[in-house]
Design a protein around this ligand. Structure first.
Ligand code: 2AM
Length: 179
């Protein structure tokens, strides 16, 4: 059997918004709230694939390349805490239709290719803190970052020397349909 990689489809945060978010995070959450995610690792997962063989990842890439969808604007104006998974997150109060469509398509392609998908509904979020298992005081919802999502990518999750990092393996542009 070929080597397996831990993969997911996602959207990386633009550098500018990522930097602004980590400054805000440092000023907003107490140090003991949880472990902050590095700026370079901030992303929104569209479909988590788990451990995938090379053959399967190639097939999933071919399906992803056929997706035709226009870009959309993503606004991060909501925050929440999931104490069981220990995650503090940012997300949209109202998810744009383009985001939901893209995630739905990637998740159903993944499921059909044998990558089990969570039965829980898709809840778009950018994880800010991990290991946040104690109560966390969330800030008032007076923040907002917004950016155009013009591409999505397949990422590999790598863990070494106690650190996780994400490596982009392939990416696809979202395109306005030309009539
Ligand atoms: P999280 O940030 O809420 O933990 C890489 O691990 C990405 O895939 C993370 O954004 C993670 O979401 C997401 N993910 C979704 N389901 C997962 C699972 N079962 N195990 C690990 N990561 C998962």
């Amino acid at each position: 059997m070929s080597e397996q990689k831990r993969l997911f489809f996602g959207v990386a945060l633009p550098e500018e918004q990522g930097q602004s978010i980590i400054k805000w995070r440092a000023a907003t959450f107490a140090e003991e709230s949880g472990r902050p995610i590095a700026a370079a690792n901030l992303h929104l997962t569209l479909a988590f694939l788990g451990d995938v063989s090379q053959e399967k990842s190639r097939a999933l890439c071919q399906l992803a390349a056929r997706i035709k969808q226009p870009p959309f604007t993503l606004r991060l104006d909501d925050a929440g805490h999931w104490p069981r998974s220990g995650v503090v997150w940012l997300g949209p109060k109202q998810a744009p239709r383009g985001l939901l469509q893209l995630a739905e398509l990637l998740r159903s392609q993944a499921a059909r290719s044998g990558c089990a998908q969570s039965p829980l509904p898709f809840h778009p979020h950018v994880t800010l803190l991990r290991n946040a298992h104690q109560p966390v005081t969330l800030p008032p919802r007076n923040f907002s970052w917004q950016f155009r999502v013009e591409r999505f990518a397949l990422f590999e999750s790598l863990f070494s020397k106690g650190r996780t990092r994400y490596r982009e393996l392939a990416g696809w542009e979202l395109q306005q349909e030309i009539l």
